[in-house]
Structures are given as structure tokens and as C-alpha cells.
Design a protein around this ligand. Structure first.
Ligand SMILES: Cc1cc2nc3c(=O)[nH]c(=O)nc-3n(C[C@H](O)[C@H](O)[C@H](O)COP(=O)(O)OP(=O)(O)OC[C@H]3O[C@@H](n4cnc5c(N)ncnc54)[C@H](O)[C@@H]3O)c2cc1C
Length: 447
């Protein structure tokens, strides 16, 4: 995977939630628990929410915008009367977090495709594993919601090819899965994000990532609008960008689930013959990894991205990383620069002085932008005498953006390329910025 972390990390979701909560706390935001949204109304001006505390006390919150990230049974969605269109899978699933004694390698995910169904064994802590197995429709009624350790051991004995003994369960459950999605991720002043907007089969483990990406996509837009830096129209792009991604995840996970739970013995034989072969091809394996890790998500067709010129890394795609050097020859990664909660303008200067001059002329284009809206960096290909320029000694950063001779890239706060151009035309850039930001009148030098 094109990532500094090219491995699968099996991490209990409670841990991820702890990290996120700690980061929020460090940013001065406290999550209030035991507080329930019970009613929601909105006008074109305002959202009014009624919250109930655990002691029964009611609190009324009036706010300009509200994001409902309240899960698959979203009260926000119900209160807005939004349909959650889709269906439930016929198969039911069992999930167990247990201690596992077996000879299976602990640094691998194990998937067994048995005739009666699939079995997944996912090690995630010393001696602890998550077991997932499907329950075919015909035995659905025989498997009680209260799954026992004996049920899990039976499934393993019948489906796994290695001897395994389970014990000490910390979680045992049977669950049904559905694939559903709202038609619109937004109704007036209320947005839906995460499972509130879309749910799908957990095959591939994409649910939480998809929801977090919804949040990343919306957060910067809403922050800019709330601060008056961008026009409210920017918020329209949230649905336009995320709806196709959610549809794609639902389609893919549907296909994986159907493939994994296929019943006909002929289809099973074809699957079992082809799957190891196809997934063993490096190119296919990389594609699958990028897809499941959602590194290939792209907003190429979004109305708020703009691309000029051919070459790699188009506007709408995830901005790639590369290593640069500063004036003291210290390594600076692009991903480090992207961590700032702002737009990042990268001016790739190429190896010749011509691009450098044009890049300097662009400063007038940025005039009139609200303070702190954009951080801008000039990147020289090779060595430079200018201490303000970052150095792309290997040329890999220029190449990663397909801008070997120089050009401009504007990276959005969510790490996606908003604008990419292989020329330094100030008018084109200015026109783009005017679509994203509330710009002060065009300076005479630019007009
Ligand atoms: C068996 C299983 C395995 C999965 N495995 C993976 C995996 O490996 N990888 C992955 O990425 N995803 C996985 N998922 C999906 C993942 O768990 C979800 O996509 C993710 O939790 C959705 O996050 P969310 O914040 O949108 O909703 P939730 O996690 O459901 O959070 C919603 C929150 O809203 C709160 N809430 C609900 N109603 C109200 C109300 N009226 N007022 C106030 N608060 C309210 C809830 O208490 C909850 O805290 C799996 C799901 C299942 C079922």
C-alpha cells in the first residue's frame, strides 16, 4: 500500500474510540455520554434539538448546523423522516472474542471456506482472537441469539483445517447484517455521517473507515462556513462526494459477502480454485489492499475540484506523500505539512528558474484570502540557495504529482487534491479559490 503503514492492524474498535476521545480531549473537546437526542426540528435559519440527561432532565440546544452520527438506528434520521433504503442479508453471523489455543500463525488473518460456510479467525492480542462465521439461512432459526462457547467450538471443528480450542469468551453474539443507505446525506441544516447514513456487511472491515472519512470530508467544509471563510454552497459537495463512495463500499462488500457465502458446490469449487490464484497476483493484491484500506477513494467528479494538464495524481485524488529536505537538510514529509488544519498550497518549481519566477508572481493571487486559510510552500527540484524553499532532492515529490517541470497543487484539509495544474496561471487559480473561499475583491495586479 502507498502508506508508511503497509500492514493490517487488527485493533478492537474500543481502542480506536479511546484514541479518538483522547485526541478530542487534548483539543479541548469533551464527549458527553448518557445524553440522548429525543427530538429534532429545523427551519431555514436554525436547528433545535431536545436532549435528555440520564437523570431525566431535558436540555434544549439551538444551533446553526447539526451532524447526526448516531449509528445505524439514528434518531436524527428518524426525526427527519429520512428513508434508509436497502435490505437485510439472508445469512446471519456469529461473532466471538475468545482465547484461542492452536498452531495457526498469529500474524495472519485466517479465512476458511468450508462447504457449510466461512470462518474467519483474526488474532488481535496475545492469545486472543476474533472469530466470525456465517450461519446459513436454513439453520438461522436453530441458532439462538444467546450464542454459547460450544456453538463457536462446533463451528471451528467443522470448518477450520487446523485443531483449535477456544476458551474465556469476552464477547459472544449473533447478528444480522443489512445494506442500506440514505438518498441524501443532508437535509437543510442537518447532516448524517457514518452508520447513520450507510451500513453494509462488515466483510472487508470498512464501516468505521467510511464513517471517519465522512466526518473528515464534512468537518473542514463546515468549519470554513461557520467561520465565514467559505460560502455555504461549499456544503453541497458533502453529499456529492460521499454518496458515491458509500454506494461503492456497499456494492463491494455485498459482492465479497455473496462470494464468501455462496451455496452451490460448483460455485464454491470455482471460488476456492480461483481465489488463492487471483489474490496471489501482486498487482491484484495491491488493488484489493488499496480498495479495502480506502486509499483509492477519489472525488475526481466533484464540482469543487479542478485539474489542468495530464499526469499522475489528479485533482480529487488522495494527495501522495514524499520526503523533502529543509534548509538544514532535515527531512520534512508532505504528510507532516498536511497535518495543519488548513489548505496547503504546494508550488512545485521544477528544475529551471522559469517556474520559480511564475511561482513568485502568484503571491498576488493569494491576496484577499482570509488569514490562515492557506499555508503555502515552494518546493525546488534539487538544491536551492533560497532558505525559504523546501528541497525535493530525489525529484520523487515532483514525480508523485506528475509535475516534473513544475506546477501547482492545492491540498484540502482532508488530504485530497482540490486543485492541480501544470501551469502557474494566476487567473485560473484565483477563479478556483473564489469558488472555495469568500474572497475580498480581486487585486488590480491580478485582474
Ligand atoms: C460485527 C461487526 C464487525 C465490524 N467490523 C468492523 C471492522 O473490522 N472495521 C471497521 O471499520 N468497521 C467495522 N464494523 C462497522 C463499525 O463498527 C461501524 O461502521 C462504526 O461503529 C460506525 O460508527 P458510527 O460512529 O457511525 O456509529 P456507532 O459506532 O454506532 O456510534 C453511534 C453512537 O451514537 C450514539 N447514539 C445513538 N442514538 C443516540 C441518540 N438518540 N442520542 C445520542 N446518542 C445516540 C450511540 O450510543 C453511539 O455511541 C463492524 C460492525 C459490526 C456489526
Amino acid at each position: 500500500m502507498p502508506s508508511p503503514y503497509p500492514f493490517v492492524l487488527a485493533l478492537p474498535q474500543s481502542e480506536t474510540e479511546r484514541f479518538l476521545s483522547e485526541n478530542l480531549a487534548a483539543a479541548g473537546v469533551e464527549v458527553e455520554r448518557n445524553l440522548e437526542l429525543t427530538s429534532l426540528t429545523q427551519t431555514s435559519e436554525m436547528v433545535r434539538a431536545v436532549l435528555r440527561h440520564s437523570d431525566g432532565r431535558e436540555e434544549i440546544v439551538e444551533t446553526s448546523w447539526l451532524i447526526g452520527c448516531d449509528g445505524a438506528h439514528s434518531s436524527t434520521r428518524h426525526q427527519l423522516g429520512m428513508q434508509f433504503e436497502g435490505a437485510q442479508f439472508e445469512e446471519s453471523f456469529i461473532l466471538a472474542d475468545v482465547q484461542l489455543d492452536s498452531s495457526l500463525a498469529r500474524d495472519r488473518l485466517h479465512l476458511f471456506f468450508a462447504e457449510e460456510g466461512i470462518l474467519g479467525i483474526i488474532p488481535f492480542a496475545p492469545n486472543r482472537c476474533r472469530i466470525i462465521a456465517n450461519i446459513p439461512p436454513e439453520s438461522r432459526n436453530q441458532t439462538l441469539p444467546d450464542v454459547t462457547l460450544g456453538d463457536v467450538q462446533g463451528l471451528i471443528d467443522r470448518r477450520a483445517s487446523a485443531a483449535c480450542r477456544v476458551s474465556d469468551p469476552v464477547w459472544l453474539s449473533r447478528f444480522d447484517i443489512s445494506h442500506r443507505k440514505v438518498r441524501q446525506f443532508r437535509q437543510l441544516r442537518v447532516f448524517l455521517a457514518g452508520d447513520a447514513a450507510h451500513i453494509h456487511s462488515p466483510a472487508g472491515g470498512q464501516g468505521m473507515n467510511t464513517g471517519i472519512q465522512d466526518a473528515c470530508n464534512l468537518a473542514w467544509k463546515l468549519a470554513l462556513v461557520v467561520r465565514g471563510i467559505s460560502p455555504a454552497q461549499l456544503l453541497g459537495s458533502y453529499h456529492l462526494e460521499r454518496n458515491p463512495v458509500a454506494s461503492g463500499v456497499i456494492n463491494l462488500t455485498d459482492r465479497i459477502t455473496r462470494l464468501a457465502t455462496v451455496r452451490s458446490s460448483v460455485a464454491q469449487s470455482v471460488r476456492d480454485f480461483l481465489l488463492p490464484m487471483v489474490s496471489g497476483i501482486d498487482f491484484v493484491g495491491e488493488k484489493i489492499a488499496d480498495r479495502l484500506a480506502e486509499l483509492d477513494v477519489s472525488y475526481r467528479n466533484s464540482p469543487i475540484v479542478e485539474n489542468h494538464g495530464a499526469g499522475r495524481s489528479k485533482a480529487g485524488e488522495r494527495a501522495p506523500d514524499a520526503e523533502l529536505r529543509d534548509e538544514e537538510n532535515q527531512a520534512r514529509r508532505l504528510f507532516e505539512l498536511f497535518r495543519a488544519p488548513r489548505h496547503i498550497l504546494l508550488l512545485f518549481l521544477g528544475a529551471t528558474g522559469a517556474a520559480n519566477e511564475k511561482a513568485h508572481e502568484l503571491s498576488a493571487t493569494l491576496a484577499g484570502l482570509p488569514e490562515n486559510a492557506i499555508d503555502s510552500y515552494r518546493i525546488a527540484r534539487g538544491l536551492t540557495n533560497d532558505p525559504a524553499e523546501l528541497r525535493d532532492l530525489s525529484g520523487l515529490a515532483h514525480a508523485a504529482y506528475g509535475l516534473v517541470e513544475g506546477g501547482i497543487v492545492l491540498v484540502r484539509p482532508d488530504g485530497y487534491i482540490g486543485y492541480r495544474s501544470d501551469d502557474f496561471d494566476p487567473l485560473k487559480l484565483r477563479a478556483y479559490l473564489a469558488r472555495i473561499f469568500n474572497l475580498a475583491p480581486v487585486p488590480a495586479a491580478v485582474s
